[in-house]
Design a binder for this molecule. Structure first.
Ligand SMILES: [Mg+2]
Length: 358
C-alpha cells in the first residue's frame, strides 16, 4: 500500500478518526440503471479541516482493501487539492450493460463527449451478441466519440480472443479494458493481439487497483493504457506517483463515487501533464472516466458534478445538507460504515502492509 508522505504526516499527527473528521455521514444513493451489479450505491462522506471528502470502498471489500480508500478520504479531508494544470477535464460517456434500445436515452446525458466507455461481458462471452448490438448502438448515438469497452476481467483467454476479434469488426476501438482477470493473462493476451495484428489496445484497471504491486502491469508489458482511480490507490498523490512510475498513458476514472469523491478524481486528472498523458493512443487530451454522476438518480450535491459539453469543472464539491439528510443510510448501515471506518483507521495506523510513495 502506497502512502504519500503528506498523508503519512497527517496520520502520524492524528490519534483517531474523530480527531480528523468532524462529520461522518453514510449515504445510500439510487442508480438510474444497474451498474456493477448495484442499484443503490452506499458510500460515506466525511468532513475534515480542508473540506468534505469521501470514503467509498464497495461494501464487499475487506478491511485491507478498504483501507486504501480511507487514505484517499484522509488526504482530501486534511490536505488541499493539488494544483490543477487545466481548468476543466474532458470526460467520457459511460454506457452500462443495458439492452441496445436503451442506449440513445443514456447517451443523451453526454452531449459533446470525445470518448465513450461501454460496459460489456456482464455475462461473459454469453452476452457477446448483446454487447455487439450495444456497441453498434453507441456508435450510432455518439458517432464522434472514440469507443472504449470494459469487460471487468470477465473473459478467459480464448473467450477474449473471440470477443476482441468480433468487437474490432464493429469499428475502431480506443482500447478494451481488463478483458481477462489477471496481469499475466493480460500480458499473454496482449502478445496474441500483437501477433494477430488486431487493432485493439489493452487497458488495465483491476490489475492496477486490486493488486499488491500496481507497477507489475508496466513491468510485464501487460497493457497499453492504465486506468487509474484515486480512491482505491490511496488518494490523488499516491495515484499520481503510480502513474509517473508506470510511464504508461493513463485514464483517470471514478470508483462510482458521489460528486464529492468525483471532484478528487477530477483534481487528479487535471494534475497530470498532457504531454505524457495521451502519448498518441488517447488523443491530445485523454477523456477521464469521471462522468458517472450521470448514472445516479440522486446525488449529495445540487448541482452534482455532471459533464457539460464533454467536460467537468474543477474544485471541491460541497454536499447539500437537505440531500445528505434525504439519502442518509439507515441506522444499521450507518453503524456498518462507522465501524468500517474505525477498522480501516486501525489498520492504517498500525502500518499494516504499508509502504511509502517515493
Ligand atoms: Mg474498469
Amino acid at each position: 500500500m502506497l502512502i504519500s508522505p503528506e498523508v503519512r504526516t497527517v496520520l502520524d499527527h492524528t490519534a483517531a478518526p474523530g480527531d480528523l473528521f468532524e462529520r461522518v455521514v453514510p449515504v445510500a444513493l439510487p442508480m438510474k440503471a444497474r451498474f456493477r451489479g448495484l442499484t443503490v450505491r452506499e458510500t460515506c462522506l466525511v468532513k475534515g479541516p480542508a473540506g468534505w471528502a469521501e470514503f467509498a470502498p464497495f461494501t464487499e471489500y475487506d478491511v485491507p482493501e478498504a483501507s486504501r480508500w480511507l487514505l484517499a478520504a484522509v488526504e482530501s479531508a486534511a490536505l488541499p487539492l493539488p494544483r490543477p494544470l487545466r481548468d476543466r477535464v474532458l470526460v467520457n460517456a459511460t454506457i452500462p450493460a443495458v439492452p441496445a434500445h436503451r442506449v440513445p436515452a443514456i447517451a443523451a446525458h453526454y452531449p459533446g463527449v470525445s470518448a465513450v466507455k461501454v460496459k460489456i461481458a456482464e455475462r461473459g462471452i454469453a452476452s457477446l451478441d448483446e454487447d455487439l448490438a450495444r456497441v453498434a448502438a453507441v456508435r450510432r448515438a455518439l458517432p464522434d466519440a472514440a469507443v472504449r469497452c470494459d469487460a471487468n476481467g470477465a473473459y478467459t483467454h480464448d473467450e477474449a480472443k473471440t470477443a476482441l476479434t468480433a468487437l474490432a469488426r464493429t469499428g475502431p476501438l480506443q482500447y478494451v479494458e481488463q478483458p481477462v482477470p489477471d496481469v499475466h493473462g493480460l500480458a499473454r493476451l496482449r502478445e496474441w493481439v500483437s501477433i494477430a495484428r488486431l487493432p485493439v489496445p489493452i487497458a488495465a484497471d483491476e490489475s492496477i487497483r486490486k493488486v499488491s504491486d500496481p507497477l507489475s502491469v508496466a513491468a510485464l508489458g501487460a497493457a497499453d493504457v492504465i486506468v487509474v482511480k484515486a480512491q482505491p490507490l490511496g488518494g490523488i498523490r499516491a495515484a499520481a506517483s503510480i502513474i509517473e512510475a508506470a510511464g504508461l498513458p493513463a485514464v483517470v476514472s471514478s470508483a462510482l463515487e458521489s460528486s464529492v469523491g468525483l471532484a478528487a478524481g477530477a483534481a487528479l486528472a487535471a494534475h497530470l501533464p498532457l504531454s505524457s498523458a495521451g502519448q498518441g493512443l488517447l488523443g491530445p487530451e485523454p477523456a477521464a472516466g469521471l462522468g458517472t454522476a450521470a448514472l445516479f438518480a440522486a446525488d449529495v450535491a445540487a448541482p452534482g458534478l455532471r459533464p457539460q459539453d464533454g467536460s467537468l469543472p474543477l474544485g471541491r464539491v460541497e454536499p447539500d445538507e437537505d440531500l445528505l439528510a434525504a439519502h442518509a443510510a439507515g441506522p444499521e448501515r450507518a453503524r456498518f460504515w462507522t465501524e468500517r471506518l474505525e477498522a480501516c483507521w486501525t489498520h492504517v495506523a498500525r502500518g499494516e502492509d504499508s509502504g511509502r510513495a517515493g
